[in-house]
Design a protein around this ligand. Structure first.
Ligand code: APR
Ligand code: PHB
Length: 391
């Protein structure tokens, strides 16, 4: 097979890239390790920045999001017994966010690719990158027991944190930055009406989050120890702990019911530089991970894909290389902004096992400063709603 862009990974980054390139007449093939059914049932975060919402609309993916998504003017923070604080994006930036699950976005992307006759190869084993430093790169993989090969101009590594693409970059040029947090998030999905707002809660028992997918589907999380086992958290125990971490009047509003999904995710900050080597460009989780506090993961995948599709379009349609040459630096500037914000929010809102009395006081003061200072509120709102894409 031959295509212009071989895309490894059919998550949101790979599918969106393929979709946006197709709109500009650039040909691609997506090669995904898992089955379509598996990809479509994965549950991930669900808060879209204003820029993500605009971009999805611009590329024809806004219809269902606007029908089923839940616009938000801000995100609440409940802090022990303090009055609720709102990260008020609308007041400070004039922009709002959208609660719309990544699972739904992936469904929309798959539907759009299939409608346009897009080429997606799923259940591809042993994907391998070849000759990425040459002018004639290619990938090989096994499908139904047969080895196949795709020759291409460029390879887009959109295969997530556990993918192979990043590892094709020689160790001598690659630099990895990592921070691992000493806790995880235990999350549940339940077919119960959510709270009206998305709310983060800081509590001496640990962090908690109330979120939503639609008017009858709620998503909740609690901070947990890294050695936590799901079996130790039957639904009743989860609900009791969740409610204990919110102020009592909020806890009283939480509607409980059987969980339909329960999972534990560790928290990690990770960046791999550069995001381009030769004919390989990385995008999304393949190049960076943020802890979920701040909901930046999917939004960063979208901004990478925006920069990368523009770079490739400029290259193919106008023979301009500036964006392609600058892709890694431009994408990384935005990545590091989100890395810093999500690290900061994680540090602010969680209890750490080694917290000292000094840490507790400064954390408390940080929150009180936020609650009192319009300048601090504006800075947080600007970053939470998402910094603009660079021209
Ligand atoms: N070969 C082919 N495909 C692979 C390989 C491989 N060796 N390894 C992984 N993949 C596939 C995965 O099965 C997955 O479908 O690559 C895809 C990567 O998708 P995601 O992990 O969803 O990453 P990305 O598309 O960058 O989206 C980022 O996902 O983790 C969240 O917070 C993150 O919301 C953000 C979003
Ligand atoms: C979610 O809805 O899953 C969600 C919301 C906000 C976050 C993380 C996850 O910061």
């Amino acid at each position: 097979m031959r295509t212009q862009i071989a895309i490894i990974g059919g998550g949101p980054a790979g599918l969106l890239l393929s979709h946006m390139l197709d709109l500009e007449g650039v040909d691609s093939i997506v090669v995904e390790r898992k089955s379509k059914a598996y990809v479509l049932q994965r549950i991930r975060a669900g808060v879209l920045e204003a820029g993500t919402v605009d971009l999805l609309r611009q590329v024809g993916l806004g219809e269902r999001m606007d029908r089923e998504g839940h616009p938000h003017n801000g995100i609440g923070i409940d802090w022990q017994d303090r009055p609720r604080f709102l990260i008020d994006t609308n007041t400070f930036t004039g922009k709002s966010m959208m609660a719309y699950g990544q699972t739904a976005i992936t469904e929309d992307l798959y539907a759009a690719r299939e409608k346009a006759g897009g080429h997606i190869i799923d259940e591809a084993d042993n994907v391998t990158l070849h000759d990425i430093a040459s002018d004639a790169p290619y990938i090989t993989f096994e499908k139904d027991g047969r080895e196949q090969r795709i020759d291409c101009d460029y390879i887009a590594g959109c295969d997530g944190y556990h993918g192979v693409s990043r590892h094709a970059i020689p160790a001598s040029v690659q630099q990895n930055f990592e921070k691992v947090y000493p806790f995880g998030w235990l999350g549940i999905m339940s077919e119960t009406p959510p709270l009206p707002d998305i709310v983060y809660a800081y509590h001496e028992r640990g962090f908690a989050l109330a979120s939503m997918r639609n008017p009858t589907l709620s998503r909740y999380y609690i901070q947990c120890d890294l050695d936590t086992k799901i079996e130790d958290w039957p639904d009743e125990v989860f609900w009791d702990e969740l409610k204990a971490r919110f102020p009592s009047e909020v806890a009283a509003q939480i509607v409980t019911g059987p969980s339909i999904e329960k999972s534990i995710a560790p928290l990690r900050s990770f960046v791999s530089e550069p995001m381009r080597y030769g004919r390989l460009m990385l995008a999304g989780d393949a190049a960076h991970i943020v802890p979920p506090t701040g909901a930046k993961g999917l939004n960063l995948a979208v901004s990478d894909v925006f920069y990368l599709s523009r770079a490739l379009t400029e290259h193919y349609k106008h023979d301009r290389q500036t964006y392609l040459d600058g892709y890694s630096d431009m994408a990384l500037r935005r990545v590091w902004g989100a890395e810093r914000l999500s690290w900061w929010l994680t540090s602010l809102l969680h209890r750490f096992p080694d917290d000292t009395p000094f840490d507790l006081r400064t954390r408390q003061n940080q929150f009180d400063h936020l609650a009192a200072s319009k300048v601090a509120q504006a800075a947080l709102a600007e970053e939470y709603v998402g910094l603009p894409f660079e021209d």
